[in-house]
Design a protein around this ligand. Structure first.
Ligand code: MG
Length: 169
């Protein structure tokens, strides 16, 4: 595997773990407000990000790369209203999409077809992540200011359950 592709894939492990940290921080914010459905949503989101990190790790391991782990940044976003984490999450997912596309670009430029195929799942996944994150923002804008509607939205989000990623390596 080309060094640049290897470095970017290794760094993505850290980025996915940071995403998990960020979503756990959001979960803690909501749980502190007794919006435990929102808390549940982001706790599960964090589990998904952990899974993403493990997929990048496994892919590198399968290609004979010795994986080394770096420190994970502290989540440092400040939330003033319950809408803030939702908009921050949508922004963050767009950033992650740009990272995945950047790795894809690097793999493409050295004809690393195996890595491109591995990344295809993540390209699709990021489309879904952006859609879900935007939907959360829109739902909150529609229903979040009305206490009864917020109560129901919180209940809906409490129903999210964890499922393992559809990609296995
Ligand atoms: Mg991810």
């Amino acid at each position: 595997m080309e060094q640049k592709v290897k470095d970017l894939l290794m760094d993505q492990i850290n980025k996915e773990l940071y995403s998990a940290y960020l979503y756990l921080d959001m979960a803690n914010y909501y749980i502190d407000l007794d919006l435990d459905g929102f808390g549940n949503w982001y706790t599960i989101q964090a589990q998904e990000e952990r899974d993403h990190a493990l997929l990048f790790m496994k892919y590198l391991q399968n290609n004979g790369v010795r994986v080394t782990l770096e420190a994970i940044d502290k989540p440092d976003k400040v939330f003033s209203t319950p809408l803030d984490p939702l908009t921050a999450a949508a922004e963050h997912e767009r950033y992650v999409t740009s990272l995945i596309h950047n790795i894809y670009d690097a793999a493409y430029s050295v004809k690393d077809f195996r890595t491109m195929q591995f990344l295809d799942w993540f390209v699709k996944e990021q489309g879904e992540e952006e859609q879900n994150a935007d939907s959360m923002v829109n739902k909150y804008k529609l229903f979040g200011e009305d206490p009864k509607s917020l109560y129901l939205l919180n209940q809906e989000l409490a129903g999210r359950t964890y499922s393992a990623p559809s990609l296995s390596l």
